[in-house]
Design a protein around this ligand. Structure first.
Ligand SMILES: O=C(O)[C@@H](O)[C@@H](O)[C@H](O)[C@H](O)CO
Ligand SMILES: [Mg+2]
Length: 402
């Protein structure tokens, strides 16, 4: 069996998505996601100019060998562009293998460990009252877990405060728009938000919060400690994780569960965090961390230390990643939770899929493969449109972490 062609499809049904389609001489094809929010075209070139020429004529059933070839063979390892390109190939090949077997992908991984996958949605508002209201709407929709972010008084466009109720989308400008931050103000505000949420909705609903890399380790430890009475499901990306050791300080001071990893590309980004049990949830996902082949390794390492998965699932991860992640989540023994930011109707129409939402859970479909396709004619109607993520400055003009 041979790969006969591979092509990259770029489409923008409301936001940009990069998709790889691999075709074979047996008529079976596979689909993979390669979207890198705000830097999409770099991955398009990596795939078209440097990966696809090497794929033609290869046996698509040799997933592991092709993964190793793309990782080791490039000599230049890791990084978001490389690992997304590898992920797209890997997922398309798993899709092909599962279609050849006539099985939904989770069967190839080892079968179901659970019937459904608990997801969390994003509630946000410009102030505490609006956010509390938004959390209530998610609870009414059946969600068992909700991430809550609110505007901070005196801070321009604090992270996580979108415009839509269901479709929060940060990459929204032709050039990066400037947002603000003030850690002191946030530390005064975030605990109040969660106290109000617990007073309003009690302790049954799981509540999550994203620090989006804004705090120093000491500030993060302080925030975690203040939030302890509110019993969060997790506090995410509370400090940048390039220096994995930084989490030791946070860990010494708080038992608030910690989640990290949406920007991780390989197991090496998480190795020390995992082996020193400095986090509770690993957020790496299919498209970010080299596809199923590599994410499995990260999850297996994490399982040795009772760390559970919490795959990134923002809207910049296409339905192809969501569908594949759901097969992974259905199988992975140390599953924790899956993030679920809903795609728009336009996006869902471009990527027909068989997963569905039911009472706070997503359930993956039973079609052979990962169950997500791309309607190429419809995709062609939405040409690429440059869009950047915002960036942040403090009130004195210093660039900060967005
Ligand atoms: O937890 C999350 O989902 C966020 O941190 C993301 O929305 C993140 O900002 C985007 O994926 C960036 O593209
Ligand atoms: Mg996040």
């Amino acid at each position: 069996m041979k790969i006969t062609s591979a092509k990259v499809i770029v489409t923008c049904p409301g936001r940009n998505f990069v998709t790889l389609k691999i075709e074979t001489d047996e008529g079976v094809y596979g689909i993979g996601d390669a979207t890198l929010n705000g830097r999409e075209v770099a991955v398009v070139s990596y795939l078209e100019d440097h990966v696809i020429p090497c794929l033609i004529g290869q046996d698509p059933q040799r997933i592991e060998d092709i993964w190793q070839f793309l990782y080791r063979g490039a000599y230049w390892r890791r990084g978001p562009v490389t690992m997304r390109a590898i992920a797209a190939v890997d997922v398309a090949l798993w899709d092909i293998k599962a279609k050849l077997a006539g099985m939904p992908l989770y069967q190839l991984l080892g079968g179901k460990s659970r019937d459904k996958v608990m997801v969390y949605g994003h509630a946000n508002g410009s102030d505490i009252a609006e956010t509390v209201d938004a959390v209530g709407k998610y609870i009414d929709m059946g969600y068992l877990a909700v991430r809550a972010q609110s505007g901070v008084p005196g801070v321009k466009d604090a992270y996580g405060v979108g415009r839509g109720v269901l479709h929060y989308e940060p990459a929204d400008a032709d050039l990066p728009s400037q947002t603000g931050w003030d850690t002191r103000k946030a530390l005064n505000h975030v605990p109040k938000l969660f106290e109000t949420l617990r007073d309003t909705y009690g302790f049954d609903v799981h509540l999550l919060h994203d620090g989006h890399h804004r705090y120093t380790p000491q500030e993060a430890a302080n925030l975690g400690k203040m939030l302890e009475p509110c019993q969060l499901f997790w506090l995410e990306d509370v400090t940048p994780a390039e220096n994995q050791e930084a989490f030791k300080l946070i860990r010494q001071h708080t038992v608030t569960p910690l989640a990290v990893g949406e920007i991780f590309n390989t197991i090496w980004d998480a190795k020390d965090l995992i082996q020193n049990q400095l986090i509770d949830y690993i957020r790496a996902t299919i498209v970010g961390a080299g596809g199923l082949t590599h994410l499995r390794r990260i999850a297996d390492l994490a399982s040795l230390y009772q760390i559970r998965t919490g795959c990134h699932g923002a809207t910049d991860l296409s339905p192809v990643t969501m569908g594949t992640a759901l097969h992974f989540d259905t199988w992975v023994p140390n599953f924790g939770i899956q993030e679920y930011m809903r795609h728009t109707e336009e996006t869902d129409a471009v990527f027909p899929h068989d997963y569905r939402f039911e009472s706070g859970h997503l359930i993956c479909g039973e079609k052979p493969g990962h169950g997500v396709d791309i309607d190429e004619e419809l995709a062609a109607k939405y040409p690429y449109s440059r869009a950047y993520l915002p960036y942040t400055r403090l009130s004195d003009g210093t660039v900060w972490n967005w």
